[in-house]
Structure formats: C-alpha cells, structure tokens
Design a protein around this ligand. Structure first.
Ligand SMILES: NC(=O)c1ccc[n+]([C@@H]2O[C@H](COP(=O)([O-])OP(=O)(O)OC[C@H]3O[C@@H](n4cnc5c(N)ncnc54)[C@H](O)[C@@H]3O)[C@@H](O)[C@H]2O)c1
Length: 445
C-alpha cells in the first residue's frame, strides 16, 4: 500500500562541519552588517535568530504519529554559528561597525554592545566600476591591467582568507548592477577568460567575484538580481570545480508574500485580473535602484514570479489577461524600513470582481539577514555533500530566491510551500531518511 513516507535511502557521504567556516561577503552594506551583527548577538545569547530556518526550523522524520521533529541544525551537519568567521569587500573603507551605523538598521545600543567585534572586520578593496552601478562612486577599489587581473586579485584574497579557516562560502550582498543580458562571452570558461583579458563590457564586477570563487571550488550565492551565476560559464565552472550555485535575489518582502498569495488563488481557481505592486524605500539600495538601469534588473526579477506560479497557458480563463506592474520609489525618510503596497484585483464565481490590499511595513535587512545566513550554511553543507556539490545548481534552495536557478529548459518552482517541501525532502534524502509525500492513507488502514 502507498504510504505517506517513502523512499528511505542511504545517507550520503557528508564531510563533517569541523573547524571554521569563512564567510566572505561582497558588499558590506545594510544586509551584510545586519547579518554579521546578528550572528554575533545570537552567539552572545542576547538575541534570537528569528527568521532563520536553519536555526529555528524543525523537520519531521517518519510518520506523524512518531512525534519525531528535531531542529534542522541538530539533524543535518551544519556549521555551528560559533565556527562562522566573517570578512568581505566593499568600495568604501568603513569597518562593519561604521557601515552598520550608517545603514541604521540596528539600534545604536545594540551595536555598542558588540562594537569592538564589528570594528575589527574591515573590508578589502573591491572590484568595482561605476558603469555597472551608476549611483555609487567607490574609493576603496582594486586596480588592474584588465578584468582577468582583477579576478586574480580576488582569487588571491580568497586563498589568503581560506588559509586561516577550514572552508569558505562567498555571498554577494553588493548593490544591484545595471541590467545585462548574456552574450557569447558567457558561453564557456574559455570565452569568459578571453573576455576578461579583453575587458569585455558584458562582464560585470559581480561576475568577476563569482568566477574567482567558483574557480577555487567555493560556493557562491547572489543576493541581488544581477546577471552573475545564471550563465552557462558559471554553471560549467560550478560543475567542474564542485562549487554549488543557486538562484539570485533574496526573496524577502513583497515577493515573499506574492509567492504565498498567488499559489492560494490558483489553488482555489480564483482569477487574477491585475496585480499592482509599489514600494517606497530610503536606504542605499533604494538610491541605487532609483537609477533606471539598476531598477530594470530588479524589475525583471520581481516580475517573473507570477507567470510561473499562475501558469496562464494552463489556465487562460483565469490568468491570461493579468496586468502585472512593479514600481520602486526612492523615499529617503523611510531608510531601511520599506513599505510594500499591493493592490490585487481578483475575480471569482461567474467572474465577479473582488480586491485585496496588502500593505507590508517591513524592514528590508531584518528580513534578508536570516536568509543570507541560511544560504551560507546550506551552501556549505552542499559543498560537503558530493551528491549535491557535483550537480552544480542547488534547486532545493529555491525557497530563498526571487529568481531560483534551474537546469536549462526547466521552469523554476516559485510556490513557497512547494519550495519548502523540496528543501526538507532534500535534507531527508541526503541524510537517508524517508521522504514525506503527505499521502497519509496508512493512518486509515
Ligand atoms: N534587503 C533586502 O530585503 C534585499 C532583498 C533582495 C535583494 N537585496 C539586494 O541585496 C543587495 C544588498 O542590499 P543592501 O540593502 O545591503 O544594500 P546596501 O547599499 O546597503 O549595500 C550594498 C553594499 O555593496 C557595496 N558595493 C557595491 N558594489 C560593490 C562591488 N562591486 N564590490 C564590493 N562592494 C560593492 C556598496 O558600497 C554597499 O556598501 C542589493 O543588491 C539589494 O537589491 C536586498
């Protein structure tokens, strides 16, 4: 008979999480400093890691009647927070205490408690070119003959830091770069390396960091919507060097709610005529996104989700004519406290219209920091699990992204709860536990 839990396999050979995990962050702004300060506050026992699935989430093992739901961090061999060491790069010289003070996400008193720890983390000079982020003018930047030379300097940075820890993960929490499309230079490692020497304009700084990390077998996560690892060259590097990659653009506020609400409408076969989303935010991210070229990068990432979730080709009567608009407005008084408004025009039985209004007064970096932490810890786990490291793209981490990455030709899964099931079943799978199908007939036998 079919059962709710099935497929107990053999546990994968996972290397233990012993020693230090080095986290190298590109861009030590609001998200990065909120992550670093938060991890330190949690380590000191003065705050809780709220919003982090790896730290607070549980995973059911076996049948519902077994009553066995350990914490994910006790189940899978994740790095312990005490073993996490941070460093990074930025185009400004501010140490993490100064950068966190400017970002104004965390209270002054909270930062003072951990000030010496934060002051000790100073960014290395960055690979930066104002052409790719128009609103910023960096002063703390690397100089090189060409882009390949800059990549070699990043490789040297990673190698030097790696010599002081046991494993490394690189996370892009830098500003959103201008909208770029793949070109022939992104088709293969060979073309990309030649392109770097020729200073090809299609190669953005984020791609140079990603190249350096992947070439060293180091996992890379892209918190922004830039064209960075979603390129054939990066997939090739990822598979060749066993360096996991996975999607882009943290799914934090408005899109997070979109990927909860849209599947609910589809589940009930309710139509959607229009979805108007607007945001006001006043942090540096907002300032960068005020530039039309950076905004376009973000817009593309935010627009993608509804089509994939609602599948208008399968449900033309419900979603074929959906009008979807996304706006981001820079409004300095709000700082990091973003307001995301959604007006949703839906229709029901016999086509009668209804409206839903969502006004999410969120805190951008408070939502992003735990996601960044989980990604770093899960990518490190993937790197230590040959079954995952060797496949390159980690689709099971789609849960965290506005734009999940998939194998070519495969549409991404955007429904948050399917994504969560995928993530937990992957953990069960590599740990040799039964997968959970939610069938459940055996309870009625
Ligand atoms: N906070 C969220 O909820 C959220 C959600 C999704 C995506 N993001 C993305 O995450 C990124 C970071 O957001 P943030 O709020 O921390 O922005 P921020 O402006 O506070 O920080 C970005 C930092 O990156 C630095 N930087 C820019 N280019 C760089 C380069 N080439 N090398 C090194 N450093 C560089 C900037 O100097 C700045 O300190 C943005 O791209 C944003 O769109 C944030």
């Amino acid at each position: 008979m079919s059962i709710e839990v099935e497929g107990r396999g053999k546990a994968a050979a996972i290397a233990p999480a012993t020693g230090k995990l080095g986290v190298m962050i590109v861009g030590m702004g609001a998200v990065a400093t909120t992550l670093i300060a938060g991890v330190e506050a949690v380590r000191r026992g003065v705050a809780k890691p709220i919003g982090s699935l790896t730290q607070m989430g549980t995973i059911r093992l076996g049948k519902r009647t077994d009553g066995n739901s350990p914490l994910i961090k006790d189940f899978a061999p994740l790095a312990d927070l005490d073993d996490v060491v941070f460093t990074g790069w930025d185009i400004f010289e501010d140490n993490v205490y100064e950068a966190a003070s400017h970002a104004k996400v965390l209270d002054h008193d909270q930062l003072e408690q951990i000030r010496p720890y934060l002051e000790a983390i100073k960014p290395m000079p960055a690979v930066f070119d104002n052409h790719y982020v128009k609103r910023l003018h960096g002063t703390h930047v690397k100089v090189g003959k060409h882009k390949c030379d800059l990549a070699m300097q990043v490789i040297a940075d990673i190698e030097a830091f790696r010599a002081t820890v046991d494993r490394v993960v690189v996370l892009w929490a830098g500003s959103t770069e201008i909208f770029l499309e793949p070109t022939a230079v992104h088709d293969s490692i060979e073309a990309f390396e030649k392109g770097m020497v020729a200073n090809d304009p299609s190669i953005a700084p984020s791609q140079i960091y990603a190249y350096a990390a992947l070439k060293l077998g180091v996992p890379f996560a892209n918190g922004a919507p830039n064209l960075t690892v979603d390129l054939p060259v990066m997939v090739e590097l990822s598979r060749k060097y066993g360096a996991p990659i996975t999607g882009k653009d943290f799914k934090t506020g408005q899109t997070f709610l979109k990927t909860v609400l849209a599947p609910a409408f589809k589940a009930r076969m309710l139509g959607v005529a229009g979805w108007y989303s607007t945001n006001i935010l006043g942090n540096r991210d907002g300032e960068v996104l005020d530039d039309p070229e950076s905004f376009k990068t973000k817009e593309e990432s935010k627009l993608g989700v509804l089509d994939f979730i609602l599948q208008p080709e399968l449900y033309p009567d419900l979603y074929k004519d959906l009008y979807h608009k996304v706006r981001i407005n820079y409004y300095p008084p709000r700082g990091d406290n973003k307001e995301g408004w959604d007006n949703i025009d839906i229709f029901g039985w016999l086509g009668y219209p209804m409206q839903i209004k969502v006004d999410f007064l969120c805190r951008d970096s408070i939502l992003a920091a735990p996601i960044a932490l989980d990604l770093v810890l899960f990518l490190d786990l993937a790197k230590r699990t040959p079954q995952l490291a060797n496949i390159g793209i980690q689709e099971w981490l789609s849960f965290y992204w506005k734009s999940p990455q998939t194998a070519p030709g495969l549409y991404p899964e955007h429904d948050l709860f399917i994504q969560l099931m995928k993530l937990k079943n992957t953990l069960r799978h590599i740990m040799g536990e039964d997968l959970i199908t939610h069938l459940g007939l055996e309870y009625y036998d």
